[in-house]
Design a protein around this ligand. Structure first.
Ligand SMILES: Cc1ncc(COP(=O)(O)O)c(C=O)c1O
Length: 450
């Protein structure tokens, strides 16, 4: 084992990782990036099939992004947004408001998806506390969905519904009302879309009927619950959820941390259903995967509830040291220009379809239970028995084994439970999709013995 691997094992504590396992493993140490490839210290090349945890959009060395960051660095790397404004943050806020669904008019910056959601939770809460009508102060509760994931800070964990990630922290978190999601492949009602007429939404409807006047906001990941294992919402779900929020007079928060910036084929996933949320969280692809930056966009009505004399204390008491970082904002501006100049969304429409066709070929493998895709985000759920949809034993770590086998074929993927996530950069080529899906077929067959 090389010196770097040894020092990694000795000093670095990796996220979401059993370190006993890690310390027995042979870590791959990434040194460089070239296009959609990661290159390790031994010179091995890996196709970045998960966009470095869903952040990278245009490859690792896009010249426009590199230039924009260098040019910004020649001016200034960072200055605070507390008491000062900065050139690139103004430009980013304006561009985002123009791009976002109509009605979102203000931009609050933070640094990552969890903080963008933390900001959304606190803004929604404080909005009702100071809106001025006496009943609204009762709106202190949040509705989130089964299997929800909104980040790892405690507010976001309170919304979270993934047993293995969240349950051990419950004593530290606030209680959330939990509505059904739309895991059509394993529909708990035994129904099929579209004949079901979105029966699963009756759960949200029931919660709002009972608790509607206590609810500050309903929180959803629009179009695809990605960290839950790529669970897409059926057509019409988000639109109807928006109407239910309106009827209950509550806010809708959409978490576009994973789905935003072209992932689903539209700039923002809400656009698929013509929905404007009251608050929208953005992160991950915001800088095309070059630097940490996040934003929470809100409506004018929400913003106005925070206005008043300083002494009234209605301001939003929240902010991070690196909020609106200038280098990261420069990357976002370059990112948005790349979307226009390279007609990225048109390309994603084509490559997304192509990925879908190539993934369909996996259906011939008996352990492939369900393939789910929106744009360039996809999941392949593996099952022990396709007819009964019986799962593998968790201890088998079947999707993990497939991802390990993929690594030996030069592709980096990561599992979520028994689902293999496929989420390459938006710049992925058809040849790279061929390589990825071909290797995936071989690895699933090899690992499952079929
Ligand atoms: C939907 C969603 N929300 C929030 C987060 C948290 O983002 P971050 O890891 O940047 O804190 C993630 C991260 O995977 C996510 O997928």
């Amino acid at each position: 084992m090389g010196d770097l691997e040894e020092r990694d094992r000795r000093y670095v504590w990796h996220p979401f990782t059993q370190m006993s396992d890690w310390m027995d493993s042979q870590p791959v140490v990434i040194e460089r990036g070239e296009g959609n490839y990661l290159i390790d210290t031994e010179g091995n090349r890996y196709l970045d099939g998960i966009s470095s945890m869903w952040v990278n959009l245009h490859g690792h060395d896009h010249p426009k992004l590199r230039r924009a960051i260098h040019e910004q660095l020649d001016r200034i790397a960072h200055s605070t947004l507390l008491g000062l404004a900065s050139v690139p943050s103004i430009e980013v806020a304006e561009r985002l408001v123009r791009l976002a669904p109509e009605g979102l008019t203000r931009c609050f910056f933070s640094d990552n998806g969890s903080t963008a959601m933390e900001v959304a939770i606190k803004l929604a809460f404080q909005y009702w506390q100071q809106r001025g009508d006496p009943d609204s102060v009762r709106r202190t509760r949040f509705v989130a969905l089964r299997d929800a994931y909104h980040g790892d800070t405690l507010g976001a964990v309170s919304l979270g519904g993934v047993t293995s990630f969240h349950d051990s922290f419950r004593p530290l978190t606030f209680a959330t009302l939990r509505a059904e999601n739309s895991y059509c492949y394993r529909c708990p009602y035994g129904l099929e879309h579209p004949a079901c007429d979105l029966h699963c939404l009756e759960s949200l409807e029931g919660i709002l009927a009972k608790h509607g006047d206590e609810v500050a906001a309903v929180v959803v990941e629009p179009v695809m619950q990605a960290p839950a294992g790529m669970i897409p919402f059926p057509e019409g779900w988000l639109r109807r959820a928006r109407s239910l929020c309106d009827e209950a007079g509550t806010l809708l928060i959409t978490d576009e941390v994973a789905t935003g910036f072209g992932r689903t084929g539209r700039m923002f996933a809400c656009e698929h259903e013509g929905v404007t949320p009251d608050l929208m969280a953005l992160a991950k692809g915001m800088t095309a995967g070059f630097l940490p930056l996040a934003a929470t966009l809100v409506t004018e009505e929400l913003f106005e509830a925070f206005l008043g004399p300083v002494q009234a204390g209605r301001q939003f008491f929240h902010g991070h040291s690196y909020t609106g970082n200038a280098l990261a904002c420069a990357a976002t501006l370059a990112n948005l220009e790349i979307f226009e100049e390279e007609r990225v969304l048109e390309r994603v429409a084509r490559t997304g379809e192509y990925l879908g066709e190539r993934l369909e070929a996996l259906e011939s493998l008996p352990s492939v239970g369900n393939i789910r895709r929106r744009g360039l985000m996809a999941g392949v759920e593996l099952v022990r028995d396709r007819d009964t949809k019986a799962r593998f034993d968790a201890a088998d770590r079947i999707a993990h084994l497939v991802c390990s086998a993929m690594r030996r074929r030069g592709v980096i993927l990561r599992p979520l439970g028994d689902t293999v996530v496929v989420m390459p950069p938006l710049s992925v080529s058809e040849a790279e999709i061929d390589h990825l899906t071909g290797a995936l077929a071989e690895c699933i067959a090899e690992v499952t013995g079929a």
